[in-house]
Ligand binder design. Sequence first.
Ligand SMILES: Nc1nc2c(ncn2[C@@H]2O[C@H](COP(=O)(O)OP(=O)(O)OP(=O)(O)O)[C@@H](O)[C@H]2O)c(=O)[nH]1
Ligand SMILES: [Mg+2]
Length: 297
Amino acid sequence: MENLSMACQEALSYRQEGSIQLIRCVTPTVEERNNPEYVPQLEINEKAQEIISQRFNAPISIIVYVGNMGVGKSKLASLTIAALEKEQHHPSMGWFRSGVNPDGITRGVWMWSEPLYHPDDHEGKKGSILVLDCEGMGDLDETTGANLYLFCMIMSTAFCVLLRPARIEKDQCERLYHALRRFENMRTQHVLPNFWLIPLDSSEFAYSDEDTGDDVTITKEQWIEIVFSVKEERNHLSTSENQRLKTQYEFIHRILPKIDAINIDHLPPPLKKNTKTLDLYSLLREEELLNIKNRDG
Ligand SMILES: Nc1nc2c(ncn2[C@@H]2O[C@H](COP(=O)(O)OP(=O)(O)OP(=O)(O)O)[C@@H](O)[C@H]2O)c(=O)[nH]1
Ligand SMILES: [Mg+2]
């Protein structure tokens, strides 16, 4: 009986908190940190693993949001949940924690503990969707960052890199390159995920014309080409650094099976608030209705 009530309490506490940490980056001891041979470790939360095996139905599609610190990964992960939920979101579930902190908010990798379903699952689409929210790159040492990227790449169906500003900077490029190289060296049977680039705060795909300084609208495909190319005359890198960057961009572009992009314009202010009980579910639907009304006059 006691066991049963404990199990109920546990189930209840999961229901009250929709997000749960899946991966923790193990903090190295001083001795380990000083050891050049030390490999940073990731630890999996068994409770989260159990939830996946108990609640989620195969095939599981995994959407992972990665990117630099503070770009809005957790907010977008929460919006994804709000968009895919079929019923009104229970306030006690909360959201992924998002907010402003110079040291970053999310630690390790968090997951949404309730399975989500494809918007058109009435068409007979089986399986469930799992959303993962990854720690921002910035504070992490290079190897831990690379480990997290590799883990997310192996796990995900859609690997989504949020970009603000709308370009792949040197550090981001290095991280992707090294994670993909290690993936290749592993010679696993895993398939690389669909790779999504998500430039934020941009209403369209554009680039700045060198002569006029005006933004010129371009196609998504042209934008992806530009993002993976090096403009030597416009940066301050040495010839060898430029060459290295070129090789890395080419490798990333070549090895990924499918690269796609979607731009996200500004977030409406009510959606930006960071409170646990924010009714994102209703706000999102109100915003959608407003957009449709504006569009249709
Ligand atoms: N202007 C703007 N602000 C946003 C957007 N998305 C999120 N924010 C706000 O930016 C802040 C950071 O958002 P988070 O979702 O916590 O960012 P994060 O990338 O998860 O941050 P870390 O976990 O610390 O790496 C929050 O105050 C959000 O409300 C956006 O698209 N545009
Ligand atoms: Mg976050």
